[in-house]
Write a protein of this length. Structure first.
Length: 104
């Protein structure tokens, strides 16, 4: 059983070798190591914060793109713009339902 304490950047672990001896492992990760641990979702709290920030950014970019399209878009293609917006909202809703119900 590995006992570990620390953060994403710095980590100290205690690994039992036998009844009376242990191995102490101290890690200081580089930027690449931190990104790899985020990729593997080992440090879930920081990964969740970054994921929420990324999702909010994507949502804001989507909404501003819709606003710009509706203001500056061609008037004769308005129906296809509305269909595209509705399809995007529908796809977003399905993604949210999949995440909530099945954790995908």
């Amino acid at each position: 059983m590995l006992i570990s304490i620390g953060s994403v950047y710095y980590n100290a672990s205690l690994k039992p070798l036998n009844e009376s001896s242990y191995e102490v492992i101290v890690q200081t990760r580089s930027l690449l190591g931190v990104l790899m641990s985020l990729h593997e979702a080992k440090d879930a709290a920081i990964f969740d914060v970054l994921a929420i920030g990324f999702a909010c950014t994507l949502f804001i970019l989507y909404i501003t793109g819709v606003i710009i399209t509706l203001i500056n878009g061609a008037k004769k293609k308005r129906f296809s713009q509305y269909i595209t917006i509705i399809a995007g909202i529908f796809a977003f809703g399905i993604a949210v339902l999949l995440k909530i119900l099945w954790g995908i």
